[in-house]
Design a protein around this ligand. Structure first.
Ligand code: 5BU
Length: 466
């Protein structure tokens, strides 16, 4: 153990920042010790020690801005900012609901990388909440540094989400130092060690409860494997003649057809049957991109009734989670051979979905594995897609719209990411509309998207195996 760290631990013990007894943590667990670094702000000498130890840990990490999570780490981060001459930003603790709705204070250059500083890590969950807020304001995060790591495997939990954790000292190391200096007995030292060893972090619980894919997801995965394509055609044309003509040319290339049935002006009762004939012949599944968003009772009627009777012919539907989880009951109660994709992120410029919303949507999906097959998501580049993908639990698919053969967009706010990049980043399927149905040669274009996405998929699998 580094002597500076040892001295620091003893100082913390002197000011009673490490307490032993019975303490209820935020998660409700009873802990035999508690680390409370709030008061160190009143001991300049200890602040200096903490700051120097933190600086030592962050040497060589690339970041242009730093932030401390209020309250304890905020003054420390201000000192570090001064010492390293690196700008500071911070997050308002209470959400602001008036004036400019800005919750991150300070000047942030778009896409700047930010180091997150905190006093203690217990599960990693609150770090993720902070990162969500930063990321939704365009600040990138890859590293987090804390003074004390009192987690069971917080570093692993954060690494799983794409972030590196650095810590000055662990709680077990603290207990060892205190024991070796006669500050605590061996019993207390062992109690701390056992507590940490047996602690179930929230992240771990989530990983353990990762559900097995539902039957609809398995059918879709089987279609992808069998046809060797992860292309979803979004056939947004306005009459049945064009619809079925383009479908007949492109169907061999697709694993799923995405419809906006309410765009088809001559929709009639024969449509479902004509669609079924094709889906059986060419073996693709059907996703109606209805984006249900109302209360349970209304969506139930919209899904099962009306002109389109969507539940009769579509394998999957898309669902917004804005109305809350009950929408899934309204849609799928009593139906077990249909499933959904939840909107976790959108491809349109300046849409209102932020990281915290995305995470909530994913949590709802995770809790409803029998009616949710995955998420519709978007990232502007492979790195952002990969970050999103890491948040999605095993057994759920990520479908990405806003895909072109090259980077670009349209005049109405759509953004396009190249197909290969989308899949390499982590999209399991790509959704392509105009790139195929607006092209002269539908079949050739569908084939091109298909190979770009499939090759990207193979590349990703190869890289994962390395
Ligand atoms: P495009 O022609 O490839 O731009 O069509 C994309 C399709 O995906 C279109 O049907 C949209 O309604 C749908 N879409 C999208 O583009 N972006 C999103 O975030 C979501 C759906 Br959700």
């Amino acid at each position: 153990m580094n002597t500076a760290v040892e001295k620091f631990i003893l100082k913390l013990s002197e000011i009673n920042a490490v307490k032993f007894g019975k303490f209820t943590l935020k998660s409700g667990i009873i802990s035999p010790f508690y680390i409370d670094l709030r008061d160190i702000v009143s001991y300049p000498e200890i602040v200096e020690m903490a700051v120097m130890l933190l600086i030592d840990k962050i040497k060589g990490l690339g970041f242009e801005v730093l932030t401390g999570i209020p309250y304890t780490a905020l003054p420390l981060s201000a000192v570090i900012s001064q010492k390293l001459n690196i700008p500071l930003i911070y997050i308002r603790k209470e959400e602001k609901s008036y004036g400019t709705a800005k919750n991150v204070i300070g000047r942030i250059a778009k896409n700047s990388k930010c180091l997150v500083i905190d006093d203690v890590i217990t599960t990693g969950e609150s770090k993720i909440e902070t990162i969500d807020q930063l990321e939704s304001e365009g600040v990138g995060v890859s590293d987090i540094v804390v003074i004390v790591d009192r987690s069971h495997d917080g570093a692993k939990y954060l690494a799983g989400k794409g972030y590196n954790l650095h810590s000055v000292v662990t709680a077990v190391e603290m207990a060892e130092v205190l024991f070796s200096h006669g500050k605590i007995g061996s019993e207390l030292k062992n109690e701390v060690e056992n507590f940490i060893k047996n602690m179930n972090t929230e992240g771990e619980d989530k990983a353990e409860s990762a559900p097995v894919a539902n039957k609809m997801t398995r059918d879709l995965l089987e279609t992808i494997e069998r046809k060797e394509t992860n292309l979803v055609l979004s056939l947004d044309v306005e009459n049945q003649k064009d619809f079925f003509e383009i479908l007949d040319r492109t169907a061999p290339h697709i694993a799923m057809l995405k419809t906006h049935v309410d765009i088809i002006s001559d929709y009639d009762a024969d449509f479902p049957e004509r669609l079924r004939e094709r889906s059986e012949k060419y073996r693709f599944m059907v996703l109606e991109d209805r984006k249900f968003a109302d209360i349970g009772n209304t969506v139930r009627m919209q899904y099962r009734g009306g002109i389109y009777k969507i539940s009769g012919w579509s394998d999957f539907v898309t669902v917004h989670m804005i109305a809350g989880e009950s929408i899934l009951n309204g849609l799928f109660d009593g139906i077990n051979d249909k499933s959904s994709f939840l909107l976790a992120a959108m491809s349109s410029k300046e849409n209102l979905i932020n990281q915290a919303y995305t995470r909530r949507v994913i949590d709802i999906g995770r809790a409803n594995p029998s009616s949710v097959s995955g998420f519709i998501g978007f990232g502007e580049n492979a790195e952002k897609i990969s970050k999103l993908k890491k948040k999605i639990p095993a057994g759920f698919l990520l479908l990405m719209p806003g895909v072109g053969l090259e980077k670009g967009g349209d005049t109405l706010g759509q953004t396009y990411v190249p197909a290969g990049e989308a899949v390499r980043g982590g999209a399991d399927m790509i959704i392509v509309g105009r790139g195929i149905y607006k092209s002269g040669d539908y079949s050739k274009n569908a084939g091109e998207y298909r190979s770009a996405a499939w090759n990207g998929y193979i590349d990703r699998i190869k890289n994962q195996c390395k």
